[in-house]
Design a protein around this ligand. Structure first.
Ligand code: NAP
Length: 431
């Protein structure tokens, strides 16, 4: 390992030894400062995001507001890590929740601030310190986040951004100072990180890809379902992990829904992402645009029909497309990370559920119906970390977030996230 990396890890370890001794309530105060900085400079940070990955500026600014709200939540969160006394025959019998140490975060480009803050804040509040390997196209976001943590008063070494290669990530996970790793990213990266973490017996949290179902029953409010569906699929340029990607529609309302959905969908057309009114920007990288185009062609070659053609506009943007899918199409098993929707026609709820669960992903499915029992049938049987009823699924800092199956494991957000990188220590004794 390069000397600079070795030194950085040592600095983080030294910072951890001091930080872990600061009481939880004292640590919380720093997050109030951080929230203020985020709110005060949301436009500036939003522009960094948009320049890096091309999402519409209004969505980048909302991302910063969401980060500030997350800081506020943890700044006043209940201390669930306080020492617990347990009645036993011993005079001392306590559970101490101890932080693990220096935790590595490997983060993606699609929400450059949110993903890193979502990981870092509860991990640091629990008494750990973090080092961040950000996506290669998000170095400015990474540097800025380190700067504002320090501006908020966090001691140096609590949040450290590093420019490192994949090989160096592997070396870091193997290093004794790193005690855990959290990845948000693709399934392929998840397999690699989990393999290295497993080999080195390190705790690992994985937030990976998704191909969520968006089920519309014949008794649903179709106007709302169509509007929400278009937004679910096309927000963040269609590059959101947790988003309706497979639209599963009851045959009785199929035609009606598809017409309404298409109308809403076509309100999103690629524009300059720096304009306030823009609803759809450009893809984050050229290779990602080219991957999406290949998946589109492969879907057509395997029997899908274009309801609305996916149309390239230059090398980085698309007029968004909609595919009518045959369930056996191999593309139905892939994540489409861009402005391309898959629509499936079904006869009944059982078939809808079967198609919805016929995927190796499981993040946040959605179901639209006016019947509560029907909604609960889906909610209880959908294989995903979350289910939204009559609304788009959006992560909420107060509620746990995580995947099932190949969408990963471990929990983020809510009080649950405070325990991801801590371990309970049992202390028993008598005098
Ligand atoms: P990605 O290619 O997996 O990259 C994510 C991060 O992992 C980047 O920092 C990347 O670095 C790094 N990385 C990739 N392969 C690695 C390896 N072998 N060793 C070490 N580091 C490695 O994913 P992405 O294209 O940025 O993001 C899109 C994916 O993330 C989608 O599948 C999306 O669904 C998923 N995602 C999931 C969630 C969730 O909460 N579940 C949230 C957002 C996104 P480089 O940039 O240097 O390659």
């Amino acid at each position: 390992m390069e000397q600079f990396l070795q030194n950085t890890l040592q600095n983080s370890q030294d910072a951890f030894q001091k930080w872990r001794k600061i009481p939880f309530e004292e640590r919380q105060k720093y997050f109030t400062q951080l929230s203020e900085i985020l709110n005060d400079r949301k436009q500036e940070f939003g522009e960094i995001i948009t320049k890096e990955m091309n999402k519409p500026i209004s969505q980048s600014v909302s991302e910063i507001e969401k980060c500030a709200a997350l800081c506020d939540y943890y700044a006043t969160a209940e201390n669930i890590l306080k020492t617990e006394q347990v009645e036993t025959e011993f005079q001392i019998s306590e559970i101490h929740h101890e932080p693990l140490g220096v935790i590595l975060g490997v983060m993606p480009w699609n929400f450059p601030f949110w993903q890193a803050i979502r990981f870092a804040v509860p991990t640091i509040l629990a008494g750990n310190v973090i080092v961040l390997k950000h996506a290669s196209i998000c170095e400015k976001s990474g540097e800025t986040m380190q700067e504002i943590f320090e501006e908020a008063g966090f001691p140096k070494g609590i949040f450290t951004f590093l420019k490192v290669s994949h090989t160096e990530v592997e070396e870091m996970i193997a290093h004794p100072i790193i005690r855990g790793v959290s990845l948000t990213g693709s399934e392929a990266a998840g397999r690699k990180i989990a393999e290295t973490a497993g080999k080195n017996l390190k705790k690992c949290v994985l937030e990976l890809g998704g191909s969520d179902a968006f089920i519309v029953c014949e008794d649903a409010d179709l106007e709302k379902a169509a509007k929400d569906g278009a937004q679910a699929r096309l927000q963040n340029n269609g590059q959101t992990c947790v988003a309706g990607k497979r639209f599963i529609i009851h045959e009785k309302i199929y035609q009606d829904f598809v017409e309404k959905f298409t109308e809403e969908y076509q309100k999103y057309q690629p524009e300059n992402p720096m304009n306030e009114e823009t609803k759809l920007g450009l893809m984050a990288r050229e290779d990602l645009a080219s991957d999406l185009e290949k998946q589109y062609q492969k879907a057509l070659n395997n029997g899908a029909k274009a309801i609305v053609a996916l149309e390239s506009v230059g090398s980085m943007a698309f007029k968004p497309g909609i595919l009518e899918m045959n369930p056996e199409n191999p593309i139905a098993q892939e994540e489409l990370f861009g402005p391309l929707a898959m629509v499936f026609k079904v006869k009944n709820d059982e078939e809808a559920l079967q198609i919805a669960n016929n995927t190796m992903f499981g993040l946040g499915n959605a179901v639209f119906t006016s019947n509560k029992e029907r909604a609960l049938f889906f909610a209880e049987n959908l294989e995903s970390g979350s289910v939204a009823i009559n609304q788009i699924f959006r992560s909420d800092v107060r509620l746990p977030f995580g995947g099932r199956k190949n969408s990963g494991y471990g929990v983020e957000l809510s009080l649950y996230a405070l325990k991801e990188f801590t371990a309970p220590k049992t202390i028993i004794g008598k005098f």
